[in-house]
Design a protein around this ligand. Structure first.
Ligand SMILES: [Zn+2]
Length: 300
């Protein structure tokens, strides 16, 4: 009997007292879900709103998304000028969830939206003059990880030590990623290229890359005839690399490749083709570096 009792006590100790349920966490886009998943490792898996190949620029909230928001304890998003589809639904929650606008951190590097030349005004989500694609800089990712760990520790105090330990692991991984990408991209950093929409400024800035323009004025609107002509001339003069995106119609890219003899590549800034989870952010960043290098290193 004493042996059985000892086993029973050991079991209780091993399982522990029933912990408070882990917070239900929702992120707007896959890269943010990935960072949150890293911070929550071993505790729970955060949900993500935009799961498939849809772009944040042309997204409409679905009933299942509304359910996720309604039952969430913590919600991570960039902010109202970026995920415009979330502005009203989050306001309607009326303080039911802890809503973390990641763009509000004073420690982030925030870049102004580009204008002029073959950069053409802001995306519709870049109103306010700022570029919202701020996760494409590992330094900014570290700041967002810190914000997530802080918000989660407040919402779920019993697990605070775990969140902060996970965040420390993430900082190291992000530093290593940054060093790796610096080395990978240095040989091609001077080579000019054209992107589909102006999403990569943070990535270019981090690695000294030489993007010279974007195809679209806005991610969901086709460019006008004059702009198409300027692009053809610019691409044709150096047989530039032109990068399509999986979410968008590649017709214009194909035209620039065939008629202006550009070189073809693909970039996926939101990880639309990738499986959600803690590794997605790192795969996304490495894929960007690989796809850029592959095209930029090839001779015209
Ligand atoms: Zn974008």
């Amino acid at each position: 009997m004493p042996v059985l009792f000892a086993v029973f006590v050991l079991l209780i100790v091993a399982v522990g007292t029933p912990a408070q349920a882990a917070p239900r966490v929702v992120a707007s886009i896959k890269p943010l879900q990935s960072l949150a998943a890293g911070v929550m490792d071993g505790i729970a898996v955060p949900d993500v709103l935009i799961k498939g190949s849809a772009s944040v620029h042309a997204y409409a909230l679905r009933p299942s998304d509304a359910d996720l928001l309604n039952t969430a304890d913590v919600i991570f998003w960039v902010g109202p000028a970026f995920e415009t589809f979330l502005e009203k639904p989050l306001r309607a929650l009326g303080g039911k969830a802890r809503v973390v606008r990641l763009r509000d951190s004073p420690n982030l590097k925030i870049l102004p939206a580009r204008n002029g030349g073959l950069w053409h005004g802001a995306d519709d989500h870049d109103t306010g003059g700022q570029d919202g694609h701020l996760w494409l800089d590992p330094g900014n990712a570290k700041v967002m990880v810190a914000m997530m760990a802080e918000a989660l520790s407040t919402a779920d105090a019993p697990n605070a030590a775990r969140y902060s330990a996970n965040a420390a692991v993430m900082y190291d991984k992000l530093d290593a990623l940054d060093a790796e990408l610096k080395a990978r991209l240095a040989p091609v950093s001077a080579n000019p290229f054209i992107v589909f929409h102006d999403a990569y400024q943070y990535f270019e800035n981090s690695y000294g890359l030489n993007a010279v323009g974007s195809i679209t004025v806005s991610a969901d609107r086709a460019p006008g005839a004059r702009r198409v002509l300027s692009l053809k001339q610019r691409v044709g003069s150096d047989s530039l690399c032109v990068f399509a995106e999986p979410q968008f119609e590649p017709k214009l890219v194909q035209m620039l490749i065939s008629e202006a003899h550009g070189r073809a590549g693909v970039l996926d800034p939101e990880g639309s083709g990738l499986t959600p989870g803690p590794d997605l952010y790192f795969v996304l960043m490495r894929d960007l570096a690989e796809n850029l290098s592959a095209c930029l290193a090839s001779s015209p």
